[in-house]
Design a protein around this ligand. Structure first.
Ligand code: ADP
Length: 476
């Protein structure tokens, strides 16, 4: 009988909650490794060392990596900590000398190329110092996308899984990066030689060099394998599938959410708690407090929580706004990002000041209050690889009204746990909101929907099992 290997995995990403979080990837890195550890996987994580981590979490320095980056000798401190309430270790890589670059785009690319090179040296360090070599490196997004190429050069090489959390962000930069890594152009799988300029695309390198590629929902996997509008990167995915004769191509595994953090019964940020038995009265009390603070009247309340970027479809929401406010509802927007979109939203909120509130901040506390105190969450995204906000909202008894795309379509059952509307269509959004208000006005129908949403299981359990199976199937 074939003996099962003990799987050990090193996750590489640029964020991991609670140490450093900017969006959904941070949530995933903060919860998937712990769910895998409960399944017997030796999971560890590595991220850059940020100031806020240094200030807020205990960690110890376990050594230093020294290596060449171009013609410069670099020293990188290795720190080790542990995820709160778990035994999952996390490493932080610190580089005192900032890269001496003024161009922000170049600095960003080169910072992560440097981080990826440091990961290569970290592997040797961990082998020596901690007697630990992962059976697989799980790389996340473009910031970790050069690791698959570098991991092939380890002795022995380590297999890699590259997970794409958002195909829009690819990390493109000049070929100078190749020199900095001490590599040749011929080591790269794909260099974009056509106009505008010779460019390296880090995500493309990752897609072509990784042992396997996955993404965060089945539907998004299908979309990126078939959407020719993605141009260059679409061709790269096709090239990989042809070259490796991968019939199924990119694997899609839906993200989960951390049920210890997102739990309306024990959420430390909330003063009033609830579950599927007493949500009605208690959610109403939270809503009352929230609307009081915002000086909005008690009426159906819709929120938006997320990064303010073109992806999130705030243009669709703004186009629908005039028709929406006529329905006598509140709309509360929490997010931060693109200043041009924020300015437009600001104008809209002034125009409809009896109905709309905006807060352009990253504010965990406010987010928890909105999840708990709203009736609905609006998710008009143009595309959404997975999306966590619909899952969190459902757990808090807040019904999602979402564009039918990517992971939103995979996680929301139309008319049962939420409403799906036609992507890019303000008209369809208004129609879905009217539909939701009709349900809200019939108590038994609304109760049935909220309870169905709250009972949906979005914990990591199921998806962690799928990841474990995927890891077990990856060999050189
Ligand atoms: P993405 O990964 O595209 O940012 P997701 O829906 O996967 O979107 O995850 C967003 C995560 O970030 C959720 O945990 C959400 O609550 C959180 N979040 C986004 N914007 C804010 C904000 N302005 N304040 C607090 N939390 C936010």
């Amino acid at each position: 009988m074939k003996r099962k290997r003990n799987i050990s995995v090193l996750f590489v990403a640029y964020e991991a909650a609670p140490f450093f979080k900017k969006g959904g990837l941070g949530d995933v890195m903060g919860s998937l490794p712990q769910a895998l550890s409960l399944l017997g996987v030796d999971a560890r994580v590595v991220i850059p060392y940020y100031h806020q981590t240094k200030r807020n979490y205990p960690q110890e320095r376990i050594g230093i990596l020294t290596f060449m980056f171009g013609s410069d000798k670099k020293r990188v401190g290795v720190y080790k900590g542990i995820f709160p309430h778990s035994s999952v270790p996390i490493y932080f890589l610190e580089n005192h000398k900032r890269l001496n670059l003024t161009n922000v785009k170049v600095r960003k690319i080169e910072q992560y190329v440097f981080f990826d090179l440091a990961i290569f040296h970290l592997m040797r360090f961990l082998k020596r110092k901690e007697k630990w070599t992962p059976s697989l490196i799980h790389c996340n997004d473009w910031q970790a996308a050069l690791v698959p190429l570098l991991a092939k050069r380890l002795n022995p090489p380590i297999p890699t899984l590259l997970t794409i959390h958002n195909l829009l962000y690819q990390g493109t930069g000049s070929l100078r990066v190749i020199d900095l890594l001490g590599l040749q152009e011929s080591n790269m799988a794909e260099i974009k030689k056509d106009s505008p300029a010779n460019e390296l695309n880090l995500l493309a390198e990752g897609i072509l060099h990784a042992t396997r590629v996955s993404t965060v929902s089945k539907n998004y996997a299908r979309e990126i394998m078939t959407n020719k509008h993605n141009g260059f990167i679409y061709n790269i995915i096709q090239k990989r599938m042809r070259r490796l004769k991968e019939k199924k191509g990119i694997t899609g595994i839906l993200n989960g959410i951390d049920y210890n953090i997102w739990n309306p019964l024990h959420d430390p940020i909330l003063k009033i708690h609830f579950d599927q038995k007493n949500w009605k009265e208690n959610k109403n009390l939270i809503k009352d407090g929230l609307l009081n603070d915002l000086k909005l009247p008690m009426r159906p309340t819709f929120c938006f929580i997320g990064r303010i970027t073109p992806q999130k479809g705030l243009d669709i929401l703004m186009k629908a706004m005039k028709r929406l406010v006529k329905l006598s509802i509140n709309i509360i927007i929490l997010g931060t990002g693109n200043p041009i979109i924020e300015r437009k939203l600001n104008r809209v909120s002034h125009r409809f000041s009896n109905h709309v509130r905006t807060e352009f901040l990253y504010n965990e506390e406010y987010a928890h209050r909105l999840y708990a105190g709203s009736d609905y969450i609006l998710i008009p995204s143009h595309y959404e690889p997975c999306g966590l906000i619909q899952m969190i909202a459902m757990r808090y008894g807040t019904i999602p009204i979402a564009a039918k795309t990517g992971g939103l379509a995979d996680s929301i059952q139309h008319s049962k746990t939420g409403f799906l509307f036609k992507r890019n269509s303000p008209r369809s959004l208004v129609h879905a909101v009217k539909n939701a208000l009709r349900i809200l006005s019939s108590e038994p129908l609304h109760e049935k929907m909220v309870e169905a949403a709250m009972l949906k299981d979005f914990s990591w359990g199921k998806s962690a099992v799928l990841y474990k199976k995927l890891y077990e199937s990856i060999h050189y």
